[in-house]
Write a protein that binds this ligand. Sequence first.
Ligand SMILES: CC(C)=CCC/C(C)=C/COP(=O)(O)OP(=O)(O)O
Length: 560
Amino acid sequence: MPVSATSSLVAPTPHDNSNIFRRSANFHPTIWGDHFIQYVSEPMEIDEIMKQIVMLKEKVSKMLVLMNESATRPLEEANLIDSIQRLGLYHHFEHEIGEVLQHIHNSYVENGAITLNEDLHCVALVFRLLRQQGYHILPDVFKKFKNEQGNFNETLFGDVEGMISLFEVTHMRIHGEDILDEAFVFTSSHLEMMTPQLSLSLAAKVNHSLKWPLFKNLPRLVARYYISTYEEDPSHDATLLLLAKLDFNLLQKQHKKEAGELSKWWKDLDLETKFPFARNRIIELYFWSMGVYFEPQYSLGRRIMTKVLSLVSIIDDTYDVYGTIEELQLFTDAIERWDIKCMDFLPEYMKCVYNSLLDLYEEIEQEMAKEGRTLSAIYVKNELIRLVQSYFTEAKWFNSKYIPTVEEYVANGIVTSVNYLLTAISFIGMGSIATQETFRWLTNRPKIVSASCIIGRLVNDLLSNEKRGHVASAIECYMKQYGVSREDAINEISRQVTNAWKDINENLLHPIQVPKPLLIRVLNLTRAIDVMYKEEDGYTHSLRLTKNYIQSIMLNPCQI
Ligand SMILES: CC(C)=CCC/C(C)=C/COP(=O)(O)OP(=O)(O)O
């Protein structure tokens, strides 16, 4: 897909700006202001904590090795691994966990089928852990929980833990797994009905699972929640809990500092004053980037991703809300040419974002040069150009009141979901495993990334379609094309989202085409959408759920 300039630049005719009708979206102002800037100069004082963490890690590592050597109790092993993962510690024990799961696979799986003769919770837990690891396990093992009529047994209603575990599994289902489609309907509907009869704590657990299923949640949010519930469980392992808390707090300090540095960068550019019509959400964007990779070594990736997103967000608002079609033509041309000289041809207010974008691209090039990966930067530039071209297509459609077909809309909308660009940027932060070959793979629009883009576009449309002042959303396109009600269109679009998740899940199973850590970035990008667009557009309206997320993982430390 070559990128080329589509029209020539001409200097804008001087005009009286005050006569131009400009739309306004009235976005709420920043919640955070300069709050995070104070953390830039806060001392890290990590030596003592690091020593403690190293010691605790050794203990947990020994626990895993010992368990693997004496491996006779799969439930115990699976529970330990599950706790380590939920507590946000997986990255410390990747190797040991891999060994234990391999052992479980060798001992309890034959021809893809789990042979464990255990209760629903145990079977579902082992299934989930193995599938998460990439093993292609068959869901036939759940047949034994069905009755002669082929329905799931009503006796399972008494087994809330088992029902929750099965519900969690269903989010990893792939195409053709009818039994897991049925299990999803069975568990979600019955768990919801059961909550009034449960104890307060169990009902809270059920409600949390229903709203934030593990597989679709962001790992830091999972960790913060689980650290508090694990502590309340009398059978918790004290070593594991202490390690989780210390590690969480240490990382939180790093995240706060990084967010503070980005806040300062944003403030120094003074983009808030220069683009009063745009959303001012630098901290929300850092949270988004942290969702993609939270681990300490990905600081560069988080920095670059947040900066790019903050400029993309201004550009999106310019195309959706503020810019006239003539101005947008000029900006699109300038981006296609990618040349600082184009600044002279842009309206005054656009110059700053154009200049900042070119500066940022230079920063990315320099960072990549340090790692001997200069060529990688070009993929980011190409994705940015495609994004802006697609924004312009939407603006032209809106301007001419054209309602595209669903196919036309989605082909363009998967680009404006921003996830192709974000995947390329996430690879920038992954070091040498993101080779030229993997970037080329990305350029060929692999299914897993396209599915993530489809989810990004459609979920955004499902949650914000009523309030949009711009191009017709997927729902409206579908309603017009097929002459159906809004409700029917929403059902169909939701079905497409479910299917796209199945594509993602399928492409995470072995054999995989690129290193798993790169695929995890795509998964996390998609999780970020699920979290951000939970009950509302939590990016635009960040005062409620998003604010709580940020407070819980970026500000509130765990009490030791
Ligand atoms: C993925 C991220 C964090 C991108 C940066 C900001 C952005 C464009 C958010 C989506 O806004 P929107 O809901 O207005 O998008 P659209 O205009 O495409 O509907």
